[in-house]
Design a protein around this ligand. Structure first.
Ligand code: EPZ
Length: 420
């Protein structure tokens, strides 16, 4: 499937932010920790969530769609210890099923997880394995599969030598049913982690410190079900805000979002000179006559500037005046898409795999491109909308897996995107 974008149109109107992909993916594995039902609401209708639901069902459990954006999850009695290879290869968050499976049935078998190729080559899972080992799991590798066994998981003190969001979430959820106390140090502090911990505590867990570098979990005997409302996707909200600012053509209201999750972006908007107004659950972007000024960016774990917003920011900096040094500190490969922007007319120097210098303002011209990964894909879609002429984007699975009905929603703002 492809997007054909006819660029250079005026954008204005309203757009609603959907539930956060990186919060939604994590509630499916958590459902393995209880036999009661979990009612999940505000779940985005995206490919990655379908993959997570397929994995949950492939393991023998029930997911029932109640209405659009609302599903009911109910784990069945027998927990299957083996994660199906075809699904593990489809998305990285599949690793999140390992800990709860291990906690629920004492064993877990799976191949190395797949997903987008932006992390250090193979997207390592050493921090997960080390954590499970510390909690008493035995790990063997048998014909390409990791085989974990643990009669009873015990609380442990675990230090993450790299900050990992899914690593933090994985060990936090697994520790809820371990015997005794687990102390996780050097944790990620993303809002999705806080929201997951709040849900787990409502269903019987004893978790303290989510959103800080140290999380303490007291193991409990069992967890109840409950209701989990997915928080708004801060990456969608930030991406739409930068598209509106870059287009600078009409007034745009971004609704159903949490501006407080994007402080690092507003700090940059102040320096760039974007005309924006924040309220509790919305962002209003107005056009400005002033020249928007380029500024430097260094990505950083939350509450720093999110790496998932770096590709849209790189596209944004082609439309501002001056030069911007963009330093992607989390992932290698995540800046490679800048070459495609250069082919569309941008003026970008690749200093090294982690740093580019974008000089603006440059007029972008439509081009035939391929989406390399999820966030680069949306950044190229942004570029196509801003460019004059026609842009054709192939491999749009790598966009639709993270952005619900994205072409329809942007067309409602005045973009011209056809899906063929
Ligand atoms: C989560 O990835 C998000 N994914 C990512 O969003 C996001 O970019 C990232 O957090 C940072 O905010 C989900 O929540 C599903 P990592 P996560 O693999 O936590 C190293 C998107 O576009 N590491 O932990 O899985 C790793 O190499 C995605 O929605 C190890 O060394 O990120 C990297 O340098 C992309 N060993 C760093 O940690 C491990 O065992 C973080 O990567 C695990 C990770």
């Amino acid at each position: 499937m492809k997007f054909i974008v006819n660029g250079g149109k005026k954008l204005e109107g309203e757009i609603e932010v959907k539930g956060a992909k990186n919060a939604a993916l994590k509630i499916f594995p958590v459902a393995l920790l209880t036999k009661e039902t979990i009612l999940v609401s505000n779940i985005p209708e995206i490919e990655d969530c379908l993959r997570a639901q397929e994995m949950f069902e492939a393991l023998g459990h029930k997911a029932k769609k109640i209405s659009c954006g609302i599903i009911e999850l109910k784990a069945q009695n027998n927990i299957c210890p083996e994660l199906p290879e075809n699904l593990v290869n489809k998305f990285r968050a599949s690793i999140m099923f390992v800990g709860p499976t291990l906690a629920a049935c004492g064993e877990a078998r799976f191949p190395h997880p797949g997903g987008c190729v932006i992390g250090a080559g193979t997207r390592p899972i050493d921090l997960f394995l080390k954590g499970f080992q510390k909690m008493g799991a035995k790990i063997e590798i048998k014909n390409g599969y990791y085989c974990l066994t643990a009669k009873k998981l015990k609380g442990a003190e675990i230090f993450f030598n790299k900050i990992t969001v899914t690593g933090t979430e994985s060990l936090m959820t697994t520790a809820t049913l371990a015997e005794g106390e687990t102390i996780l140090k050097n944790c990620a502090m993303e809002p999705e982690i806080i929201s997951l911990a709040e849900y787990l505590n409502k269903s019987g867990s004893k978790i303290k410190g989510a959103g800080t570098p140290t999380i303490i979990i007291k193991g409990v005997k069992k967890l109840h079900g409950g209701e989990y409302k997915i928080i708004p996707d801060r990456i969608e909200a930030g991406t739409f805000a930068m598209l509106a600012a870059a287009s600078n053509s009409g007034e745009i209201l971004i609704k159903n979002c949490e501006p407080k999750h994007l402080e690092a972006l507003w700090a940059l908007f102040d320096r760039i000179g974007v005309n924006y107004l924040l309220s509790k659950n919305s962002i209003r972007i107005k056009p400005t006559k002033r020249k928007l000024v380029s500024c430097d960016l260094t990505t950083h774990e939350y509450p720093g500037f999110a790496t998932d917003l770096q590709p849209p920011f790189t596209t944004f900096m082609t439309q501002t005046y001056g030069s911007s040094l963009i330093h992607e500190t989390i992932y290698d490969r995540r800046l490679l898409f800048a070459d495609i922007l250069t082919q569309m007319g941008a003026n970008i120097i690749m200093a090294d795999p982690h740093r580019v210098v974008v000089s603006g303002q440059t007029k972008l011209r439509g081009k035939k491109v391929v989406s390399p990964d999820l966030r680069a894909g949306i950044a190229l879609l942004m570029a196509g909308i801003l460019a004059t002429g026609k842009t054709e984007i192939d491999n749009i699975y790598q966009i639709e897996r993270g952005y619900e009905k994205i072409s329809e929603r942007l067309n409602n703002l005045g973009a011209e995107i056809k899906k063929v």
